[in-house]
Write a protein that binds this ligand. Structure first.
Ligand code: BV8
Length: 221
């Protein structure tokens, strides 16, 4: 049984990380559509760096929840037949113990040097323009896929979806593309687990509503 799981901000909500929607479309007081773009970064790099510095710092105050841990148990059972694809930029899947996680929108704890193209594990602030450990230039940006930028590993995801027996979408509103189109790329059965029906709920063979910490363990068991 090959399974592809897509997760969104909703799987991290019960860990205390506000979702894009629940925060009334604001993260740390900013409209992501205004700050999560290359144009915003070119226009005011300090503002965008501080927006991500705040969210990166917030990671040390939260823990994985029962939904993340249930996906680890599923991976223990399925091994490489399970692929977790996440839109989330937090590291809660990894901290729960998931080994095969693909971040299509990047990661808060990664810095990308626009000078030498190297990427580095990064836990501290970037707004102070630290030197790139590889080339020494102060050219580190958040390793985040902004609106208008190309998500990471689309070929890998498309191939996994075309070969899977089951596609499960957890905690996403289904408004951001191309992730919102994955249900159409999936070959097998499709299931949505979400607090409320997503924008694409009717595209799934089955859609269940409830908190991820209740629905995901129940589905995994
Ligand atoms: C691209 C990093 C080309 C930033 C993010 C018009 C039509 C179609 C597409 C477009 C269009 N105009 C523009 C586009 C393209 C655009 C797009 O989709 N825009 C949208 C707004 C219309 N997309 C892009 O630009 C993408 N790039 O298209 O490139 C391309 C494509 C393919 C191949 C080659 C080239 C890049 C998009 C990536 C943007 N970056 N993240 C950051 O994080 O700061 S997106 C960001 O917002 C998140 O990563 C996440 O993806 C998204 C938020 O979505 P969700 O995760 O779903 O979170 P949300 O809050 O919305 O929903 C939470 C859900 O959880 C809710 O349903 C809620 O009910 C539920 N929930 C809450 N609590 C719980 C719960 N569920 C269970 N339990 C709970 N306790």
């Amino acid at each position: 049984m090959r399974i592809v799981v897509l997760t969104g901000a909703g799987i991290s909500a019960e860990s205390g990380l506000t979702t894009f929607r629940d925060a009334g479309g604001l993260w740390e007081g900013h409209d992501p559509m205004q700050v999560a773009t290359p144009e915003a970064y070119a226009d005011d790099p300090g503002l965008v760096q501080r927006f991500y510095d705040a969210r990166r710092a917030g990671l040390s105050g939260v823990e994985p929840n029962a939904a993340h841990h249930a996906l680890v148990r599923l991976e223990d059972a399925l091994g490489d037949d399970l692929l977790v694809v996440t839109q989330n930029v937090d590291d809660l899947h990894e901290r729960a113990g998931s080994r095969r996680v693909h971040h299509i929108h990047g990661r808060l704890r990664s810095a990308w040097c626009t000078g030498c193209d190297e990427r580095h594990e990064w836990h501290g602030p970037l707004a102070e323009a630290p030197a790139c450990p590889a080339c020494g230039r102060p050219a580190l940006r958040p390793d985040i896929v902004w609106f208008g930028e190309i998500p990471y590993g689309m070929d890998l995801v498309e191939e996994a979806l075309e070969e899977c027996d089951l596609f499960v979408s957890i905690g996403t509103s289904g408004v951001v593309y191309p992730a919102a189109a994955f249900v159409h790329w999936a070959r097998g059965a499709t299931l949505e687990l979400n607090l409320e029906p997503s924008a694409g709920a009717t595209d799934f063979a089955e859609s269940r509503q409830g908190p991820a910490t209740r629905l995901v363990p129940a589905w995994v068991e």
